[in-house]
Design a protein around this ligand. Structure first.
Ligand code: PMV
Length: 306
């Protein structure tokens, strides 16, 4: 095995278009500067050792290592992958996809292979499905690309890098409620099946907001992008995937000076993103109210955090 065999992959945030992306509509997402590092070691495998405690009966991490090792041509019974993560798990920042892509990169390095982006996207999707059933595939795209991009699901998905004229300063504010993306996606599916015409019309409205927001991000018009965040949030609430605590967090971010705010990812009590000229002040005001925050700057290839 070649050494050092390491792989890194970042987390993600969805800027616009979550949920409708499941129905083939476009979404905009960005890779995060924080992520996860995997290192391959010799040992009795397949096994994954993480600095975040894993449930003892969870067979999925070992399955990830076994499948990824087999894909790159290594003997799964002789590899152990050690993982160090900066990403909080279960907060909607794409930690499962980052784990899948970082593990794949580390094992490819161990096998002396370099996968191109298309291969990483395809295999990353398959590996993420070990953890999440049939997601849209936007998370592994973010982990593989690391920058801002437009995404349309499919086999393969259409992933188009989105260059932004300036970095987009964002506050990620974490909701305190337990959330389940699966339940939010399933609930919307039931409502859609019950009244497709109403939901398809709302999906069309979200698509128009996504396109408007993408154009604003491309030219660096933060005020217009902030309005797109607000309009997307109104439509997400109409689709029934927000919650009273998410609405309250969005309102708090706006009164703290955000240019716009919305839920990100599954919603229903999960994380909120707020676009702000001065993210430090917005984050400080939210923290004063007991909210956990993270500041990130994404887009224009200058992803950074503070
Ligand atoms: O909650 P997260 O960060 O896993 O994001 C889910 C995003 C959805 O659009 C709601 C579902 C999906 O598979 O894209």
């Amino acid at each position: 095995m070649r050494r050092p065999a390491r792989g890194h992959a970042g987390g993600k945030i969805i800027l616009l278009g979550e949920h409708v992306v499941v129905y083939g509509r476009p979404a905009i997402a960005a890779g995060l500067p924080i992520g996860l590092e995997a290192v391959v070691e010799d040992g009795a495998g397949p096994a994954l050792v993480s600095d975040h405690p894993l449930p003892p009966d969870d067979a999925r991490p070992a399955r990830l290592v076994a499948e990824a090792a087999a894909i790159v041509g290594l003997d799964p019974s002789r590899v152990v992958v050690r993982v160090r993560s900066e990403l909080p798990a279960g907060r909607g920042l794409g930690s499962s996809a980052a784990l899948a892509v970082a593990t794949l990169r580390a094992l490819s390095a161990a096998a002396g292979r370099t996968l191109d982006t298309a291969e990483e996207l395809a295999v990353g999707r398959r590996l993420e499905a070990i953890f999440h059933g049939t997601p849209s595939g936007i998370d592994p795209a973010a982990a593989a690309l690391g920058t801002c991009f437009r995404f349309v699901r499919g086999d393969p998905p259409v992933v188009t890098p989105l260059r932004t004229a300036r970095a987009l300063p964002l506050v990620v504010a974490f909701g305190s409620q337990a959330r389940s993306t699966g339940a939010a996606v399933g609930g919307l599916r039931e409502r859609w099946e019950h009244d497709r015409a109403r939901h398809e019309a709302l999906f069309d409205d979200v698509t128009a907001v996504v396109e408007r927001g993408a154009a604003a991000a491309a030219v660096g018009d933060l005020a217009a992008l902030g309005r797109a965040f607000d309009d997307n949030q109104t439509l997400l609430a109409a689709l029934g995937v927000s919650s009273p605590s998410t609405d309250a967090l969005v309102a708090a971010a706006r009164s703290a000076g955000a240019l716009g705010a919305k839920l990100t990812g599954g919603g229903a009590g999960g994380a909120v993103i707020a676009l702000a000229d001065d993210p430090e002040t917005v984050a400080a005001m939210l923290r004063r109210g007991g909210v956990e925050t993270l500041i990130v700057r994404v887009g224009s290839g200058t992803e950074e955090r503070s």
